[in-house]
Design a protein around this ligand. Structure first.
Ligand code: MN
Length: 250
């Protein structure tokens, strides 16, 4: 088993055995950020992660749940001082969620403003069909000196990628983003010193089953092919990027 891998966006509490999923990261040496979709889920995630060296739990309120969970923003705010890691948060303007877009924006503005006020938070962010709106809100509510955003599953244009870099953002890249040439072209344009890896498990598949953090080596292999570099150089680079991100004072 390859150790020293990074899965910076995974939903460990959505696997059938949450505790076993956490233990697997620890056993396999995969540095994993487990994200939550509601703040109610965070305390248990944090409890399990606290006993490990490799797992940390992020405090989230998923944009796809904004309509029914908006009232949980109070609990989210209450828990924020207990963690440096925030997510999954962001915006989703896809057809299924567009109706709640105004509510999503209110929640995301509050999340970013509170993170900016607290300082030094790392925010893993969803931006489906909403890259420009997400970047506008980062610029307005949490510019670079006040925190760091990791754009999870980035699908924006090259110009938006450049703007995100100027806003201090990192990008977590998964295997599905590299699955075909058109998608991979977006990823190829990202500066390598801002690239992290992720699985977004269990929402992505490896060998026709839900991907787990240990499968993140597939994204490493994809990045290696994309850039014509040995996989070990990519995994070393991602680890350095993670260390750099953690050392930054946002
Ligand atoms: Mn996710």
């Amino acid at each position: 088993m390859r150790s020293g891998l990074v899965d910076f966006h995974c939903h460990l509490d959505l696997y059938p055995d949450h505790a076993a999923a956490v233990e697997r990261c620890e056993r396999d040496g995969v540095f994993t950020l487990t994200v939550t979709t509601t703040p109610k889920a965070w305390p248990r995630n944090h409890e399990l992660a606290s006993a490990t060296r490799h797992v940390r739990a992020a405090l989230g309120l998923h944009p796809q749940l904004a309509a029914e969970r908006a009232h949980e923003i109070g609990l989210w705010e209450e828990l924020l001082p207990r963690t440096r890691y925030v997510g999954e948060v962001g915006l989703d303007a896809g057809p299924r969620f567009y109706r709640s877009f105004e509510t999503q924006k209110e929640i995301f503005a509050r999340v970013l403003s509170l993170c900016a006020a607290a300082g030094n938070k790392i925010v893993t962010t969803h931006s489906v069909r909403a890259t420009k709106a997400v970047l506008d809100m980062i610029e307005q509510h949490m510019p670079p000196p006040r925190g760091r955003v990791v754009l999870h599953w980035f699908t924006g244009t090259a110009a938006e990628a450049k703007r995100a870099v100027d806003l201090g953002c990192y990008f977590s890249v998964n295997a599905e983003m590299l699955a075909n040439e058109k998608r991979a072209a977006i990823t190829k344009a990202l500066p390598l010193d801002r690239v992290l890896t992720e699985t977004d498990g269990p929402f992505t598949q490896t060998d026709a089953r839900p991907a787990t953090p240990s499968d993140v080596w597939i994204a490493v292999g994809g990045l290696a092919r994309l850039h014509g570099m040995p996989p070990a150089d990519i995994s070393g680079m991602v680890m350095r990027n993670l260390k750099h991100l953690l050392a930054e004072q946002g």
